[in-house]
Structure formats: C-alpha cells, structure tokens
Design a protein around this ligand. Structure first.
Ligand code: ZN
Length: 128
C-alpha cells in the first residue's frame, strides 16, 4: 500500500451516491484514514495550475482504507461545491480455496481467494 499524497491509489474509480450509500463506509471501521490531493493524469506541472485562473484539476480527498485492501473516498469538488464519491483497490471476486490449495499455502483455516488479485482471506471474513 503506497501513500503518495499526490497520486491516485490503484483501481481509483468514481461511484454514484447510491453506491457510496451501500459501501463499506457505513459498515466497517477503516484500517487507515488519510487525506490526499491528487492530480489527474496528464497534469504535467500541478504547481502551474495553482497560478492559473482556470479550474485546477485536483481532488482534495479523504480516503478510507479497509483491511481487504479496498477503500472508498470522498472528494471535494471545490469549484462546483459538490462532493464526489470514489472506490479504489480491487473489486474482489472470491472463490473458495480447495483443501489442497490451503495445504500448499500452509493455511490452517478455510480460506477464500480473490480470482483477480489473489488476496486470501478467512472464509468467515466479509467478502464485501
Ligand atoms: Zn481482489
């Protein structure tokens, strides 16, 4: 997990207010809460934008990281006076590990694996 103040985390994507209302934000205690100011791709010199009268392209955001390496964020659209909603990290798709796979990984508990990022979690964990 990197914490570069000016970069977007992997898998950054905008979601609707409805999706945010049903997100982990209202169900889980985050592992980490941080603020970032992230510049959109193609912004070569963010410092120049700040001097420009045109609207700078950046998100003042609060990011909530969860234990399953996903997260949600609230971003302030200062000029529009609006809040935008985002998700980041993998959109996990879990399948059960076979007992052979669990044994091969040295696991002593029943586990699920994400077919996209290979994160392994205990079967009793929430799969989100
Ligand atoms: Zn995943």
């Amino acid at each position: 997990m990197t914490h570069d103040y000016n970069t977007f985390p992997p898998g950054w994507r905008e979601i609707t207010e409805k999706q945010f209302a049903r997100s982990s934000y209202f169900q889980e205690v985050p592992a980490l809460r941080e603020t970032r100011q992230m510049f959109e791709e193609g912004t070569k010199d963010p410092a120049k934008l700040m001097l420009d009268r045109d609207r700078p392209v950046y998100f003042g955001s609060v990011l909530y990281h969860y234990h399953d390496q996903t997260g949600v964020a609230l971003a302030s659209d200062y000029w529009e006076g609006k809040v935008r909603y985002f998700k980041f990290g993998c959109d996990h798709a879990y399948r059960p590990l076979s007992s052979d796979e669990e044994h091969a990984r040295g696991l002593r508990f029943e586990a699920l694996i994400c077919t996209k990022c290979e994160l392994v979690v205990g079967r009793r964990d929430s799969s989100g």
